[in-house]
Design a protein around this ligand. Sequence first.
Ligand code: FAD
Length: 317
Amino acid sequence: MSEILVLVEQVEGEVKKVTLELLTLARSLGAPAAVWAGPGITAEAKARLAEYGAEKIYVAAGDDIVDHVVAPKAELLAQLVAAKSPAAVLVAATAEGKEVAGRLAVKTDSGVITDAVGLGDGFVADQSIFGGGINVHSRVRRGTPIIAVRPNSTAPEAAAGAGAEEEVSVTLSDAAKAARVVERVKQEKGARPELTEAAIVVSGGRGVGSAENFSVIEELADSLGAAVGASRAATDAGWYPHQFQVGQTGKTVSPQLYIAAGISGAIQHRAGMQTAKTIVAINKDPEAPIFELADYGVVGDLHQVVPQLTEEVKKRK
Ligand code: FAD
């Protein structure tokens, strides 16, 4: 069975959920081979990768890879593509993953698909394009298919792989070392899941009305173990930090469940959330465009609906 390279995303040695999703997808199409870029792989991380189907784990443990920005990862993958001739390369459609994918495509003279939300036989990807306005099925016809898949596109399923470790050494070009990491600032890990990885996202918009009122959105999110998002109207008003903005100029999320409260559903907001599996809209205007997109809609004042929903969720726990 042909190998499918999966670039591992990790934080301080902990494998991120999106990597387990990619391994699950890869397993249905070939033999997954995880690629660990940088030092610090732990026994737990190796076990986790194998648990989700990695037949091989390529480890490029040099400091160089993480001391420089994104280019070394693309060079590592390009060298592995040349040496192993994989059937495809999968990366997470995160900001970093998409940059790696683009650079790798140039280096290997291959086609690239970003923002895939599904992947089938022949590496036909379901892809969300033009800011999420159109969904298409795409296939790479040149070189090695390089596919960036959005987090939460598939449910991770464990199925043991051999997890055979192979060390790889990578020769980095001077160009790849042009930009060096000079400092890392640790982001405080809050109790809520990371927005782009969360399985459930509860977002508030202008309808929330004020920064203080965002507590109703947070309470619902916490009752569901969800991340909090916001529309640009809400972040521009200073009601919620910009890092939580969902949309064309914010984050792209693809959760199992997206709850939009007091959000009209402008095209720029949809661009960041419309591949969510289930969309629930709460809006007092029955004509709000978000209802065209929603699987479930509640016409009502969010200040009444959301607290009742939170209570109900808590009761059922
Ligand atoms: P509004 O459009 O004002 O909608 C508020 C909604 O709340 C209304 O539907 C109203 O009926 C409802 N409402 C009011 N009170 C209540 C209540 N008490 N209970 C229930 N419902 C209530 N927007 C983004 O979100 N993300 C982006 O990344 C983004 N990027 C952009 C990029 C560009 C280049 C441009 C031009 C715009 C961008 N926008 C983006 C802005 C976008 O066009 C909209 O202006 C924005 O999404 C509107 O936010 P909103 O839905 O919260 O506000």
